[in-house]
Design a protein around this ligand. Structure first.
Ligand code: DGJ
Length: 728
């Protein structure tokens, strides 16, 4: 069992293969305190790290500074710890001080699900869980702190359940998921930021006094910030140094923050953003926070990424496509936008089928009177003018070509110009008496209400039952505003944003339950909800509306810092790029898309003969090597974001027999020297044949000597280098 309790020391010990996490019960009172998280250590007494005074808390005249210094596992507020708390709550009278002490604990194999929420999962053979029950007696509030340690992965997953055990009502105003108090010397903060069409840009800055981090109050995890934060040793690289990371299994408002205060100590916290949050707890009621995943790596950022990738691929993603190849697809969005009909789609499908593409995805514009983005969201009935014979005919024809069929929907939205809005204007999020703010001309449905969800689900069910549909792209194109629901009552409006997310999760769960064969791809105006919460429902997510290959290098690098390559929708798009007008070779666009869930996003009927002829080769690469990216270990060998000239990533199969290196020369190099890239993760003693040259060398030879990149002509060129185990 990865978790144990030392009764004499009153210390809980969580071990993963290379890390140890120690929790102490400080003072007689039993404050849940953080002792240590880092490289695995033997069973030493580490309580000196608490730096706690000898005087018992009860008789001390310095109780405030004791709590102010104590490294805490789940800090309350108003009693002396003035750093960002995990917990703020109020009694009916409006009193807010709260501080937790130990009540009891339970250690057991496996991991319980979080009701209504996405979460990592695992059986007793995979992980063990500690449930640490603490209480503030005066307030009548109990916190059940959950810690799951994985047996084969260096990950600890945390969440908290807050229970009103008193006689009066309580109101939570801050209920975060995890806290990590540690030494902050010589650390950098790493976060992922961006905007639409430029998501998850890596930002690394020195940890400084005060608060730094990322957050979203948009009701979605957002393009602007991703629910991820890491502290890395200043000297940490891709392959060396300590990194402590947190990632939030949630798709709504979040706060991820590092706060450096007294004595150079840092507090890392993660949870639902407290701004605007409020949750009423009647006696006996409980609130479950979403889960935060903690990863500690002593092998630099690469080690951190590989742990997240393995954890998410094995213990978060579900369904039939978890370990299956994802079908290559062609999506008509950038090919036609709203201007399509059955014939246009079938023309694209014919070229696609002939080249070997496996699925046609029909994007926005097939329903209601939707010829532009000004109407019809909410009216999920086929536009027979565009698609005579409806979905049965179109899907039947696509199937006859030997292809699967997928469809786009935006279930959370309603257009003011729609049958749905005319019938049920109250279904939209709104404040009574105030016109809700439009974005992309549309409004958000109130997913906190069951009748709204039931209505939407019935429409989804009818569409998906009407034809042989095997894939759904679930889009969501605007943030939440006027985030209120008359159905909730005046004292519960602070619950809306979270209840909205719970509603969306419930809908997606229903869809997966009733249509288990469907491959779901989440999307939010590109990559506005690329988070682990969504990955629980859809094994892949549309990475960005920016489909231009060179911009994509940075977007995909930032994404792969945390999320597995198998989760990134990546398509070869039209040229000049619809996003930025750049012209790049078809082959390079293929190379950039290859590591993700591969597809085309252009009018295949308009390709030149030469380009069309390249498709079978690209699909063969996807078939032959896609599985290495999807299931193997990811190594970042060169970052265009850092060097400004070239980019290289590599995946090594788990049995270390195949390694695939994806290289892009962004700017050509006027130099006589050959560029050497140093692979990682090969078996030192095994021999590998480089397929394009036939050279055979040991893993050690390739890794330490380097793999020479071929000389490529001009900007935006690239190549794939494959190393395969060879008998020597
Ligand atoms: C935003 C998505 O990211 C695009 O791929 C496309 O589906 C459009 N919405 C359609 O409105």
């Amino acid at each position: 069992m990865a978790i144990s309790y030392n009764e004499r020391e009153r210390v809980f010990r969580l071990d993963t293969p290379r890390t140890t996490y120690l929790i102490g019960l400080a003072d007689e009172a039993g404050f849940p305190a953080h002792i240590y998280y880092g490289r695995r250590i033997p069973d030493d007494d580490m309580r000196y790290l608490l730096d706690a005074p000898d005087t018992p808390y009860g008789s001390s005249r310095e109780q405030v500074s004791f709590l102010g210094r104590l490294p805490s596992e789940y800090p309350g507020s108003g009693r002396g710890d003035f750093r960002e708390p995990c917990l703020r709550a109020e009694t009916a009278e409006g009193y807010g001080a709260c501080c937790l002490t130990y009540v009891s604990h339970r250690i057991f194999g496996g991991k319980p699900p979080l009701e209504g929420l996405p979460a990592t999962y695992g059986g007793a053979e995979d992980c063990a869980t500690l449930e640490l029950v603490c209480r503030d007696e005066d307030m009548g509030l109990e916190a059940h702190l959950y810690y799951t340690a994985f047996e084969r992965l260096d990950a600890v997953c945390r969440s908290a359940k807050l229970v009103n055990v008193g006689a009066g009502p309580l109101r939570l105003t801050q209920a975060l998921s995890a806290c990590l108090d540690m030494d902050g010397q010589d650390m950098d903060v790493i976060t992922l930021h961006g905007r639409w069409a430029s998501e998850r840009m890596i930002q690394r800055r020195p940890l400084a006094w005060g608060k730094q981090g990322a957050g979203s109050q948009r009701g979605i995890s957002s393009h602007e910030a991703n629910p991820f934060i890491a502290l890395a040793e200043h000297t940490a690289t891709q392959s060396r140094g300590m990194v402590y990371a947190m990632n939030f299994v949630y798709s709504g408002n979040f706060l991820a923050q590092a706060e450096m205060g007294q004595e150079g100590r840092v507090r890392l916290i993660m949870g639902i953003h407290p701004a605007g949050f409020g949750w009423r707890l009647a006696p006996g009621e409980a609130f479950q926070t979403p889960e935060a995943v903690l990863v500690c790596s002593d092998a630099g950022l690469g080690g951190m990424s590989r742990t997240f990738h393995d954890l998410y691929r094995q213990h978060l993603v579900r369904g039939p496509y978890k370990d299956k190849p994802r079908p290559s697809l062609v999506n008509n969005w950038e090919a036609t936008y709203f201007d399509f009909d059955t014939e246009k789609l079938l023309a694209i499908a014919r070229v696609a089928a002939e080249a070997g593409v496996e699925m046609l995805v029909m994007d926005d514009g097939w329903f209601g009177r939707r010829d532009s983005d000004t109407c019809s969201l909410g009216d999920w009935t086929v536009n027979e003018r565009k698609l005579p014979g409806g979905l049965p005919y179109l899907v039947g024809e696509v199937n006859k070509l030997g292809m699967k069929f997928g469809i786009w929907m935006e279930p959370e939205m309603v257009s003011p110009d729609s049958e749905l809005y005319r019938a049920h204007p109250d279904y939209a999020l709104q404040i009574p008496g105030r016109a809700p703010a439009l974005s992309r001309g549309q409004l958000v449905l109130d997913m906190s209400r069951r009748e709204v969800r039931d209505h939407v689900y019935e429409q989804i069910r009818r569409v998906l039952s009407s034809a042989n549909i095997e894939y759904v792209k679930w889009d969501m194109n605007r943030p939440l505003t006027d985030a209120a629901s008359p159905a909730l009552g005046p004292d519960r409006q602070g619950e809306l944003a979270h209840r909205y997310m719970l509603g969306v999760y419930e809908l997606q769960e229903r869809l997966l339950r009733d249509f288990p064969h469907i491959l779901l791809e989440n999307c939010s105006a590109g990559g506005g909800r690329f988070d682990p919460g969504m990955l629980y429902y859809s094994p892949q997510i549309w990475t960005s509306d920016n489909t231009e290959a060179i911009d994509r290098l940075k977007i995909q690098e930032g994404t792969a810092l945390v999320y597995p390559l198998s989760s990134m929708g990546a398509h070869v798009a039209a040229c000049p790029s619809h996003t930025n007008g750049r012209v790049t070779p078809f082959a390079t666009r293929g190379l950039v898309s290859l590591p993700g869930c591969f597809g085309y996003e252009l009018d295949l009927t308009k390709l030149s003969d030469g380009e069309r002829a390249m498709i079978p080769g690209q699909l063969a690469d996807y078939k032959n090597y896609g599985w290495v990216f999807r299931t193997g270990d990811y190594y970042r060998l060169a970052s265009y974001g850092e060097n400004g000239t070239h980019d290289a990533l590599m995946a090594v199969s788990k049995d270390r027999r195949v390694a695939v290196l994806d290289y892009v020369q962004v700017l050509s190099r006027r130099t006589e020297r050959t560029l050497l890239l140093h692979p990682e993760g090969l078996d030192e003693g095994r021999y590998y044949r480089r397929l394009d040259t036939g050279d055979i060398r040991s893993g050690a030879g390739w890794m330490y000597g380097g793999v020479p990149m071929p000389r490529l002509e001009g900007d935006f060129a690239g190549c794939l280098v494959v190393l395969e185990a060879a008998d020597h």
